[in-house]
Design a protein around this ligand. Sequence first.
Ligand SMILES: [Zn+2]
Length: 126
Amino acid sequence: MIVVEYSQIELDHCLNCHGVWFDAGELQLLLERMGITSSEMDADGLINAPVPKTREKKRKCPICSKIMKKANIGQQPIVMIDACTEGDGLWFDGGEVHALVSQLAKGKGSHQKIISFLKEAFKAEE
Ligand SMILES: [Zn+2]
């Protein structure tokens, strides 16, 4: 994994699968910098949310190696992420960070810069 830095937030990015790891609190920090406050992004909330039915393969937490739980966040599209049940952080597959952030920032034109950055930095797997 490589480290991508944006606005003093360090994100781990896997070059093989294009996924992105947010340490606990980093996603909220990123959204705060963009002026977005969303209670959906609360890590405890995600850990306690009902598990969606999915065939997506389970992932292991890069910190504690436990199997992470799937959680849905956002709407249109719903983004399915993996959350460490120990609260270490959140895993986004390639393109999911951009999908989530762009819908949260909808109508906030000033955030085009960060959205383009996320789109470029964390492209979906092709
Ligand atoms: Zn963990």
